[in-house]
Design a protein around this ligand. Structure first.
Ligand code: PMP
Length: 407
């Protein structure tokens, strides 16, 4: 593990060097979206300045350059998550789109009436609602793995839910609301024991840890570029070849066909079968740049430093007499969800913003978690490797102010 050169890293992120409400910006909303390093910003401009063109259909020079750059990025994703085949990496619009691709295609015969879909109590709405829609369409039944007070899934209950009717198990690798890291590898193995197919929502895992889809033995793995220091509008669905071959196409249109006649259309092979229409080419290309950037720092180094911030932040916040941590899993990513006395999280967030500190407040697209704790929402500080202990001290100072004003 190498130490993070924080001065050098912060210099890479131009947006961090500004004042908000007369104070230096402290950006602690990284679980919602991360900021972009200069190399990523430059790569966007470079794409439009030099090779912008449509992909996969042109014989001309620019189209070939754009296609090569787009496909090189697919290769970088493949290597990064250690997929076995390049065509197992599908470009989508983001995690939400990846999950909807899957539920939509699985609704067409893959999942049958009476079969069971297992999700978890920790899911983001985007890994709940699409499965509910699939259940409505197919007559499948939704089951939910419960969690304990610490915000950890209860493995004994999960084992009880698994049976020969279980068709799909879908859960997040890391919870965006609480930071809980789920024991994905063990959970996948248990699901495979009953021949269920597993989809992992990796939106919050990929930015913080080394993910190896073959080691996990995940059948599907979804994530978004914008949480990995890349652009919005692009994401990935990894899928094992045998499932992607078996599932029908998602959307119909250009790019995804082999031959079209009015009588019958045949579909393109992988990955194009699932990539109808012109993709977000620039964002696809630049995702590769973002991956290069985090790999230069090293995900193990990132994980170690972010854990240091987490431990420091938790210790500092624990000094408040009225601090209530929401979710205290043993295995946690750098997310702290909390409430200060009976101060409404929204009010705390507004006052922190006045002091230049960006946190997220509310239900974090996880209303069932808020219902579990019987709270309206939380204040959530989520750290990236460009954050510092000094910034955490500023948040603590801000929270003292919040307490004075509203406590
Ligand atoms: N799942 C998790 C765990 C998330 O944190 C998010 C983003 N907050 C999503 C899914 C949805 O990602 P996107 O909005 O990029 O599609």
């Amino acid at each position: 593990i190498a130490p993070i050169d924080i001065a050098k890293i912060r210099a890479d992120f131009p947006i961090l060097h500004q004042e908000v409400n007369g104070r230096p910006l402290v950006y602690f909303d990284n679980a919602a979206s991360t900021q972009k390093p200069q190399v990523v910003i430059d790569a966007i401009s470079e794409y439009y300045s030099t090779i912008n063109s449509n992909v996969h259909r042109g014989v001309h020079h620019l189209s070939q350059l754009a296609t090569d750059a787009f496909e090189l990025s697919r290769q970088k994703v493949k290597t990064h998550i250690n997929a076995e085949h390049l065509h197992e990496v599908l470009f989508t619009k983001g995690t939400t789109d990846s999950i909807n691709l899957l539920t939509s295609t699985m609704s067409q015969g893959f999942v049958k009436a009476g079969e069971e879909i297992i999700i978890s109590a920790l899911e983001h709405h985007s890994n709940i609602v699409p499965w509910q829609m699939l259940c409505e369409k197919t007559g499948a039944i939704l089951r939910v793995i419960p969690m304990n007070e610490n915000g950890e899934l209860i493995m004994e209950e999960y084992k009880k839910l698994l049976n020969e009717k279980t068709r799909v198990v879908a859960f997040n690798h890391v919870s965006n609301a609480l930071g809980t890291i789920n024991p994905a590898k063990e959970m996948i193995a248990l699901a495979h024991d009953v021949d269920a197919v597993v989809m992992i929502d990796g939106a919050q895992a990929v930015p913080h840890m080394d993910v190896d889809v073959q080691d996990l033995d995940a059948d599907f793995y979804a994530f978004s570029a914008h949480k990995l220091y890349g652009p919005t509008g692009i994401g990935i669905l990894y899928g094992k070849e045998k499932w992607l071959e078996e599932l029908p196409p998602y959307q119909g249109g250009g790019e995804m066909i082999k031959e079209v006649t009015f009588e019958k259309t045949t579909y393109a092979g992988l990955p194009h079968k699932f990539e109808a229409g012109t993709p977000n080419i620039e964002a696809g290309v630049v995702l590769g740049t973002a991956i290069d950037y985090v790999n230069e720092i090293g995900l193990d180094n990132i994980a170690a430093y972010e854990n240091e911030l987490l431990q420091y932040g938790q210790a500092k916040l624990a000094e408040f007499e009225n601090m209530r941590f929401i979710g205290q899993a043993k295995n946690k990513a750098s997310v702290i969800s909390f409430l200060l006395g009976d101060i409404h999280p929204y009010d705390a967030g507004v006052i922190l913003d006045k002091m230049g500190i960006a946190v997220r407040t509310g239900h974090h697209c996880t209303q069932p978690i808020m219902k579990f704790y019987n709270i309206p929402g939380t204040v959530r500080a989520s750290f990236s490797f460009y954050n510092t202990k000094e910034e955490i001290d500023l948040m603590v100072e801000g929270l003292r102010k919040v307490e004075q004003m509203l406590g």
